[in-house]
Design a protein around this ligand. Structure first.
Ligand code: C5P
Length: 290
């Protein structure tokens, strides 16, 4: 049996951190948006009970440290279906350690593909509950689209699709660890916050400029000095004509939003000469589960 599924990247349109919760996680308020940039997943299920992952990036884990493997094992465990061993081949295009939910999206894609292929009949809320056991961003990745996310990210309210636009995404030559960045933030010291109400209104009105002007990620203010390239890339994107620019998630990738493909392409061409991991993507809408 061979299954194929695409795993789409996400961007955070505004990211606010409200408080540190008793369980150590942080309560966030953010709009997550899927984009066309994706990993390609191929599940080759044969027999046995062992599931392994292989990717075009040799340094990624092959066993249960890989979220895609964990997702498959969790699916079989919770549905009670007999484990079908095999290999999950992942062709990675989403930068790793970038704040774009690469691993989370791979895991969600595995849940979607298995649910469909084995006709397990898990509903969207059921899949999202399973997804949360794998990580905070995985529930959003189950269907993606344009979603207001609260709590750890799992309390989700669907928003209308944001107006179609292009994102130039640029990752500096370092990754930022999510737990590490969350461990150094101090919610009492956040001076500027994104205008989340304005972002949501912009989405409801289909006003890209209103959204782009308001995107801001509070985590940027806590970046240690060795990550200063994040701010440099942001300025470059604005200079190159982006309507707004921000770090996504816990970084290190930065994106700029453009209302025309040509303008985005010119900015991409300019940045590509300076940064190896530079990508061009368009916003995408929510996926169906069937
Ligand atoms: O949920 P996930 O495994 O992606 O989170 C990784 C780490 O990031 C958590 O262990 C936690 O330290 C931090 N985190 C957080 N608040 C969130 C999401 C993640 O503090 N909302």
């Amino acid at each position: 049996m061979e299954l194929r599924e695409k795993a789409y990247a996400k961007l955070n349109l505004g990211l606010d951190v409200l408080r540190r919760m008793d369980d150590g996680y942080h309560e966030v308020l953010t709009v997550m948006q899927s984009v066309s940039l994706c990993d390609e997943i191929r599940l080759k299920l044969a027999g046995g009970e062992t599931i392994t992952a292989s990717t075009n990036l040799k340094y990624l884990p092959k066993g249960e440290k890989n979220m895609a493997v964990r997702a498959a094992l969790l699916f079989f465990e919770r549905t009670g279906l007999p484990v079908r061993g095999g290999e999950i081949e992942i062709d990675k295009s989403i930068p790793v350690g970038a704040g774009m939910a690469g691993g989370s999206s791979d895991a969600a894609a595995v849940l979607r593909a298995l649910n469909r292929a084995f006709q397990a009949g898990l509903s969207r809320p059921e899949l999202e509950a399973l997804a949360l056991e794998l990580g905070s961003d995985v529930p959003f990745c189950v269907t993606g689209g344009t979603v207001l996310c609260r709590g750890r990210g799992e309390i989700m309210t669907d928003l209308p699709p944001m107006p179609k636009c292009w994102a130039v995404i640029c990752k500096p030559p370092f990754s930022i660890s999510t737990p590490e960045l969350f461990s150094i933030i101090n919610c009492g010291k956040i001076k500027i916050r994104p205008d989340m109400d304005g972002i949501i209104k912009g989405i409801e009105r289909g006003d890209l400029a209103q959204i782009a002007r308001r995107i801001y990620n509070v985590l940027e203010d806590f970046l240690p000095p060795q990550y200063s390239e994040v701010k440099v890339i942001k300025s470059k994107l604005i200079d190159l004509g982006a309507l707004g620019a921000s770090m996504t998630g816990t970084g290190s990738a930065v994106y700029g939003l453009f209302d025309s493909q040509d303008a985005a392409r010119s900015a991409y061409d300019a940045l590509k000469t300076q940064y190896r991991e530079c990508l061009l993507a368009v916003t995408t809408e929510k996926l169906g589960l069937n």
